[in-house]
Structures are given as C-alpha cells and as structure tokens.
Write a protein that binds this ligand. Structure first.
Ligand code: FRU
Length: 495
C-alpha cells in the first residue's frame, strides 16, 4: 500500500473491517511477535501512555495506528493488569473524534483524581493547509473503564512555543496540579519543557519553561516525565537534536534522564545532581514513562522502537512493541532498573549452566526456545564473548563482548544477528562498567526482543533483533578459559 497522507489520516470508520481482520491475522502469525511483551494487534504501536494504578489494577495505554506499520491517525489502546506482566487488552479507548483531536490522540499521562482516572493528552489538529494546532485535552475514565472526553481543551498553544507542544504529564503536588509539556521555543527553536499549574484542573497558569539545563538540548523535547524515586526527583525526557558532545548517544533520538537534588515546579526549577545520562544503552528505547505507584515503588515502561526508522516487520504490516515494566531505584546516586518480581513467575524448569569454556566456542544450549531468560555470572577479570541467536555454522548471532577486568565494559554488536535494519545509526552499542567487579547478566529474550540487565539493573541495554530460523543457540567464547555460573529458563507466554 502506498501510504499517502489521505490514507494515513482516513477516519477509522472508513476502513474496511475485513482489511483490519486480515492485518490482525497477519500480525498474530508473525514469527517475530513477542510472547510476553506488549505488542500491537495490528499496525503500529509507539509511546506508552497513561501508565497508572487505578481501581485495584495497573492501567496502561499505547499510541496506536492500527491500519499499517506507519505513523498515521493515532489513538490510545487500553490495557489492564494485576501484576505488571500479564496484560489484558481492552481495545481502543481514545479515538480522534472531536475538533480538538481530529488528527490524532497523541501522547499523555494519567492521574487518579477522586474515584476516577484523569487522562491528559495532546489532541493533534491540522487545518486544510496542514497547519498544526496542538491542544492539551482531558478525559475521565470511570471505574467501569468508560471514558468521557472533556468538551474543551485544558491548555492551548502559548505564544512562546511553536506548534511542537505536546505530551503532557499531569502531576499532583501540594494541593495543586502541574503539567509538564514537551515544547519547542518559538524564538530560539530549542527544546524545552513547559510547566503549567492549576488549582481546579480547568484553569491553567503558564509558569514558563522548566529551568534544568545550562546548555541547549536540541530542537525539541518529547515525552517529559518527572518521577520521584524514593522521594528523589528524576527527570526522564527525549531531547531531539541533542549534541552528542553534551551526552554521548548513537540512536537517532536519545531517551535521557537527570537525577535531581531538588525540584520546585512552582518556581519552574529542577536542580540536577548528576550529569545527563542515557536511560538505556541499547538500540531502541524511546518515549519512556514512569510513575510512583501507591505501593511506593516507581515503575518504568518504554517504547521499543524509534521514530523515522524502518523495522523488518513493516513488511508484515505491524511494527514495534513495549519493553517489560521495570522497577526503579537509586543506589549510590545511580538509577537502577530491575525486572518486576512477577516476571519471575514466568520461569519454567531451571536449566543450570555452570562450568568452564573449552578452548574453542562452547555451546551453552543449542535450543533454548524463543522466549527465555538467561542469568550468567562471571567473576572479575574475565574477558569473553557471549553469543545469543547463534547458528550452527557460527557465522551469525548477537555478539556480546564483555570484560570484567581493567577496562570493564560490555559491547553488543547486532550486525550479524538476523535481518539487518537501522544500520545507519551504527550496529554496536557499548556500556562502560566498573573495573575488576564480578559481572552479572540477566538477559530476557522474546522472539524479537532482547533486554540485558547488567549488575542488578545498574545498566540496561534493550533492543529489537530479528533472528532467522537457524539462529537459536547460546554460546560462550574467550581467548582464555572462562568460568561461568548461572541458569536459563523458558518463559511462559502471556500473550
Ligand atoms: C513520540 C511522539 C510524541 C507524540 C506521539 C505521537 O514518539 O512523537 O511526541 O505525542 O509520538 O504518536
């Protein structure tokens, strides 16, 4: 199909029901469809939205264009869960239907207010000359999961921003509501986070931009997200056009974070306590959303995909998925991301892996299945290569070079793993580690997803990989013998 503008923005009710059913069947039959990660039932998925805990359940929405693997007329699909691992898809919740969201229900957040969940999202509107007007809108979700949109927008585009003004995060603090909104400053064309406050949710006061960076962080900031991890503020955001001299990254757009020592939204201030850092060292994380739940824990989920990049499943008419949910903590001034406890319940029989490698590449297991977890511990001062998705000829595979010695680091090379894509942005990602420490890897594989947690979540690398049929084995190689200790488990499907 040729994705003309009119196709991308065709109203949902103009699409043929048979066509959608065909697309759903094609997606369900894909060899690359994840089994325990949230993936679209058809078409394209992007940002996680409205991540929250309400009415005894976890709620999550995702940006969806259900009619093809492209960015078109967006809506929110709604999912609920009782354990952050098993998700029930309740279908499309917010569709473009009013004069304030006619060209897409864009990203936003959710917050419990009284006995309802309040959703705040960007309505994308275009006129006949394709001039954009973004509106920050609201909707109520009641305890029966029924939605009612507000009739009027909450916030319209201020004079000081361009039409790049979207992705509101609604926060409640000291009896006030605050909204953080991704923005581009009109005068300087720089990326900013706009702050608004309200006492009644309907009248909003423009507090200007959040003061959190000395230097310009590019031309647009998408998906700003402030989360308090054990009371300490952490600002997560996606600066587009960031100079890599300010903070190194290779992805087309990075997802960054700042740990703060202080945050005063009323004054528009966030004081960083540490340098700007990458949230994830892999190839594909973007548009992350985190919040602190009533249990006191902070949880994070991300889009495992990037804008403007073609992925191999585009040819199957679907694209992208979400990461697993991670639990956040701060240790020694660093942000840790760990799998949530409930994911352990997916483990089937443990398959122990303990030993020393032979002189040549050692096969740890030749057929671990396509959705598994692998935990491996290497003692300090070892250097080797772990291959996932390895073929019998030992020509292909996801190459993970590690060293736990003087120049401790881990480098993932996906150039020889499965179908090639996004090569323009480099085929390797490296993460420096602390020297002379033992190295613990907790790796999650789910058909076309690979998430590597290093040293209890101190660093994480998440990525898509599209292995061919023969690329299944896990092997280990090193110039010297390597001692290893661990297990792998097939994981039960949840989708
Ligand atoms: C980020 C983003 C958001 C926008 C949404 C539209 O991926 O571009 O800024 O609200 O996607 O789908």
């Amino acid at each position: 199909m040729e994705w003309t503008r009119s196709k991308r923005y065709l109203p949902y009710n103009k699409w043929d029901a048979e066509y959608l059913l065909k697309l759903q069947a094609q997606t369900a039959a894909s060899a690359y469809r994840p089994s325990y990660h949230i993936a679209p039932t058809s078409g394209l998925l992007n940002d996680p939205n409205g991540f929250s805990f309400f009415n005894g359940q976890w709620h999550l929405f995702y940006q969806s264009f259900p009619f093809g693997p492209v960015h078109g007329l967006k809506s929110w699909v709604h999912l609920v869960s009782t354990d952050l691992v098993h998700w029930q898809n309740l279908g499309t919740a917010l569709k473009p239907s009013t004069q304030f969201d006619s060209h897409g229900v864009y990203s936003g957040s959710a917050s419990v207010i009284g006995d309802k969940l309040f959703l705040m999202y960007t309505g994308n509107v275009r006129d006949s000359d394709w001039i954009r007007s973004p509106y920050q809108n609201g909707a109520w979700l009641n305890q029966n999961n029924q939605l009612t949109k507000l009739e009027k927008p909450l916030i319209t585009q201020p004079q000081h921003t361009t039409d790049h003004f979207r992705d509101p995060q609604l926060l409640q603090k000291d009896d006030k509501y605050y909204a953080l909104i991704g923005a581009q400053d009109a005068a300087t064309q720089s990326g900013q986070i706009a702050v608004f406050s309200s006492t009644n949710l309907h009248d909003w006061k423009d507090l200007g931009y959040l003061n959190f960076a000395q230097k310009s962080l590019g031309y647009m900031i998408e998906c700003p997200n402030l989360v308090f991890v054990a009371q300490q503020p952490v600002l997560i955001f996606c600066p587009q056009g960031l100079d890599p001299e300010i903070a190194a990254y290779q992805n087309i757009y990075p997802n960054m974070y700042l740990i703060g020592s202080n945050c005063n939204l009323e004054k528009g201030e966030f004081t960083p306590a540490a340098p700007l850092s990458q949230l994830d060292y892999g190839f594909d994380v973007y548009a992350s959303q985190a919040f602190t739940a009533p249990d006191g824990q902070s949880y994070l989920i991300s889009w495992l995909g990037l804008p403007e990049i073609e992925y191999p499943t585009d040819s199957e008419n679907w694209a992208h998925c979400l990461t697993q949910v991670k639990q956040l903590s701060l240790e020694n001034g660093q942000l840790y991301q760990q799998p949530v406890p409930a994911i352990r319940a997916l483990r089937q029989q443990p398959q122990p892996l303990t030993g020393r490698t032979a002189a040549s590449e050692t096969i740890l297991t030749s057929a671990p299945g396509k959705h598994y977890e692998l935990e491996l511990t290497f003692s300090a001062d070892q250097t080797g290569t772990l291959y996932l998705f390895r073929d019998i000829q030992k020509k292909h595979g996801l190459k993970i070079d590690f060293s736990s010695g003087e120049n401790a680091s881990l480098t993932v090379d996906r150039s020889q793993a499965g179908l090639a894509f996004a090569q323009k942005y480099g085929t390797t990602r490296r993460v420096p580690l602390e020297a002379h420490q033992k190295l613990v890897l907790d790796v999650f594989v789910d058909y076309s997803v690979c998430e590597i947690f290093i040293n209890n979540g101190q660093r994480v690398l998440s990525m898509r990989v599209f292995p061919t049929k023969d690329e299944t084995a896990i092997t280990l190689a090193g110039q010297a013998q390597i001692t290893y200790n661990g297990s792998w488990w097939n994981l039960t499907k949840t989708n």
